[in-house]
Structures are given as C-alpha cells and as structure tokens.
Ligand binder design. Structure first.
Ligand SMILES: [Zn+2]
Length: 484
C-alpha cells in the first residue's frame, strides 16, 4: 500500500476518484501473486514484511522468492537444487552467505609492506571467493593476469557459513574472516600447517617465489639482496598469520578522457611487473601503484601526466638521439616551472588555460620540418595513416620489453617518482608519457634512462565502482598516506 510521491501526486490531481477506494487489502491477494510481488522487492526489505502478519511470514518461506533475490542481487545462476540435498535453502544462502558477506565483495589491496597487491572478492556459484591477482611474468605485459584463490566462504550446513583458507598446496582448510569496518577486513588462517611442504621452508619459499613472482632465489640474489630479505619477511610473517585488506575503487570514467581509465600492468626494471591504476583528474592523469616495491611502495603515485603539455617527438632519426629527447623534455619542464611561478606571483586568477591540444583528434601526426623520409615511412603504412607517428626508443634507454609498439598516438610531458631503497628521498623526475593506443602506454624515465611499458588489465571486476568521484579521490589519498 506504499505510494511513491508521483503516485500520490497523480491521485491528488484526479479529484473524481477516491484513492482510499482503490486500495486493495494486500492480505486478500492470492498467495501466488504475493510470492510474485515479494520476489520483486529488495531482499533487505523482506524481513520487515515478515513482521506484518503470519500470512506474510509463511509466504516468505517460499524459496523461489529467495532464489530470485540471489540471482538478481548477486548474480547466482547456479542450479540451486544441489542445495536441497544438504538441507540448505536459498533463503539461507541469501541471508547467511551473500547478505552477511556483501561488504567484502569487490576490489581490495592487501597490506603487505610496500608490495600491496590486488584481491578481487566475487560470488562464484554458491561460493564467495577471494582471488589474488598477480601480474604475468616479466616482461610479458600483454599476457593476462594470473590469479589464485586465497580464501572461500560457503554454506556447508544450515547454521552458518564456513570460511576456508585456500593457501598452500594441501587444499582448503579452516580460516577466519573479520570485517573490521566498512572498507576494511582481515583474514586469518587457523591451520598454517597446511601451508607446509615436505621439502621444508626452503622448498616452500622457492615455490612461492616461482609461482607468485616468476623468479628464482638466484635471480634475486644477484639483483637485490635487500629485496630478498624483505620478501622473506613478507612470506613468513604475513601469509602465515593474518592479512588486512583495504577497499579500492576503479577510477570513474568520463567521455572526454584521453583513454578509458583503469588498471594496467607495467614494467619496473628489476622489480618485475607491477599493477598501476590510471585515473584522470582534469588537466592531469595519474598512475597510482596498486603493487609496489622497496623503492616506491604501493599506493604512491608513480607517474603524473601533464595533459596541458604535449611533446612533439622529432622524426625517428632524431628520436634515436637521447640528448635531443632530453633537450625537448627539459624545455617543457622549464616552461611548466615558469607557468607555476607566474601563477604563484600573480595574486589574481590563474593564467588563461591553454586549449587542450590533448583533446584534439587523437593521432593527428605531428610532422615537423617535413622530413621527406619520415613522410615516406608514414605513407608506407596505410593501415596506420592518421593513426599515429613512428616511435622508437632513443639509443641508451633500456627497456625490459624489446617489442614495444613502434607507432604512438601522442606524447605528453610528465613526471615519474623515483626514490632510494625504503622510499628514501623520493623525487619527481621529468619524463615522457607515450600513448600508443587505447590499451597501451609507456613512460620514458629521463634520469633513469629507462622505459616502462604498460598494458591494460582486461579482466572485468564487479562491485568495484566508486560510489562517487569524491569517494574515489578519498580512496587514492588514503592508500597513499598508508605508505608515505
Ligand atoms: Zn591456511
């Protein structure tokens, strides 16, 4: 009998009919119709309906109502008949599993020292599963993400849901989940002996390194003694005991964004592949680390792209000359510095904004000086005509990945964050953001003389959208403050 404002207004505008007369006693409706009505209401409204009268309460025991709620609210399409064998009803699944654990669905970042990580909690059949996402093996940025289950929750009996730890190689075993607050929860393993391997600690550690990081002890030993010690610390302390997760949201997307924001896999030299979130903030774009390393921890802003300052690359021949690129970038840096200075000096409003050349037709080739050879090279590739300009890394710039794209759409001035071990003396250093296509970009770190290639994470994530742009900004701020 509840009326929305629109209905009430409509009733008021028709004085001929008395709204009271049109009401039907809900209790007099046939049960089949009530089932149909109740099944279309949000599951969270149903408990209060059950308190109206005994008839309603009885009807709410109809399992088809709850089956539909499980399907529509949580996407459970599983053949729920399996449940009958164990005596578990769809109502139990809804109330004791899905509704009870709804706050842990979505994307999370585990608190593992500087390393961070990406956990995706999903409803999968009659399970809630926490999948840890790992980047592909270095340097294959275009390979899909790897994932492994860390825990699962399901209803084995009517009473309550069972939490199982999935870590290790001996199968699921007893675990525990604690929802600390709305955007934080922690997991605990109650049977860490299941993580043990017959070969002892050494074998376990080697397997962990190989499976999660795609590396051997010897690899790392040569590269980073410090990192090895830290990894060993994470391995022994965190995985054996308890992990805490903090919620992360995917960046909100607007139609005028340069490309669709989202998660990317990027090369970070000897640190291997890391997960970075690209988001747009008006005149700049940011890359935030979802996974990190002992130099730059997770949560920090690895690159910042100045969308007002495009960099026109020279033709390929000149591009091979590192000093030429360096000169171009430092010129822009000086320009940026002067603009900032002017902005600080002038008390008035900010200087007039430059038109956003970035927002011009993507891929408009920036041929300067009209090098006939450059023009010819472009003409040889009709498939890419108007789609980009030739790109090559300057001699002396190192890249993990030799098969980076050889054409790009456009480039911008940007800064990249570098720091010593343990995030000591962090500094933003100049670089070039290179947009290759909708799913790939690169960053030339001028001071490091190195190149990072980023490729989009193609997986789709449910329950990962920010409730508002403000909530997203807040989340970015929070994960950054945790490690700085
Ligand atoms: Zn365990």
């Amino acid at each position: 009998q509840r009326r929305g404002p629109a209905e009430t207004a409509a009733a008021d505008s028709e004085p001929d009919t008395d709204p009271e007369e049109e009401r039907i006693e809900a209790g007099s409706l046939p049960p089949e119709l009530l089932v149909e009505i109740f099944a279309s209401l949000p599951g969270t409204d149903l408990p209060s309906l059950a308190q109206v009268c005994t008839k309603f309460r009885r009807i709410l025991h109809t399992d088809t109502i709850w089956r539909r709620r499980c399907r529509e609210e949580y996407g459970v399409c599983e053949n729920l008949r399996k449940l009958e064998i164990t005596g578990v009803s769809c109502r139990d699944v809804y109330a004791k599993l899905l509704h009870r654990y709804r706050h842990i669905l979505g994307l999370w970042q585990p608190d593992i020292g500087p390393y961070g990580g990406l956990l995706n909690v999903v409803v999968d059949g009659l399970f809630i599963i926490g999948w840890m996402y790992l980047p592909p093996h270095d340097p294959h940025v275009d390979d899909p993400m790897r994932f492994k289950p860390l825990f699962r929750v399901h209803l084995m009996e009517r009473k309550s849901a069972t939490v199982e730890c999935m870590y290790g190689h001996k199968g699921p075993h007893n675990g525990h989940i604690q929802i600390v607050k709305k955007d934080e929860f922690s997991t605990k393993c109650n049977q860490t002996d299941h993580h043990r391997m017959s070969g002892g600690r050494q074998e376990e550690f080697r397997t962990w390194l190989r499976e999660e990081w795609g590396r051997t002890l010897e690899d790392i030993f040569h590269e980073h003694m410090q990192e090895l010690i830290l990894m060993k610390f994470i391995y022994t302390s965190q995985y054996d005991n308890c992990l805490t997760y903090r919620r992360i949201y995917l960046p909100p997307s607007r139609p005028d964004d340069l490309i669709k924001p989202g998660l990317f896999k990027g090369t970070y030299g000897s640190h291997g592949l890391e997960i970075v979130m690209l988001s747009f903030h008006g005149r700049c774009a940011r890359g935030t680390k979802i996974t990190g390393d002992p130099n730059i921890p997770a949560g920090q802003q690895t690159v910042e792209i100045d969308l007002r300052h495009r960099i026109q690359l020279p033709d390929v021949e000149n591009l091979r000359n590192f000093n030429e690129l360096s000169r171009l970038v430092l010129e822009v840096r000086e320009q940026v510095r002067q603009e900032q200075q002017q902005q600080q000096d002038g008390e008035g409003p900010a200087p007039p904004q430059e038109p956003l050349s970035a927002r011009g037709p993507p891929g408009a080739p920036a041929e300067e000086g009209g090098d006939p050879r450059g023009g010819a090279a472009a003409a040889e590739q009709p498939a890419q005509s108007g789609q980009g300009q030739p790109f090559v890394l300057p001699v002396g710039v190192s890249s993990r990945n030799e098969d980076y794209p050889r054409t790009c759409r456009m480039c911008f001035y940007g800064t990249g964050l570098i720091a010593g071990h343990g995030f000591t003396s962090p500094e933003r250093t100049p670089g070039v953001f290179v947009l290759f296509d909708e799913d790939r970009f690169g960053f030339v770190w001028l001071e490091l003389k190195s190149f990072s290639l980023y490729s989009r994470v193609q997986a789709t994530f449910r329950n990962a959208d920010a409730p508002s742009p403000q909530a997203f900004e807040e989340m970015l701020k929070n994960i950054q403050s945790l490690t700085s």
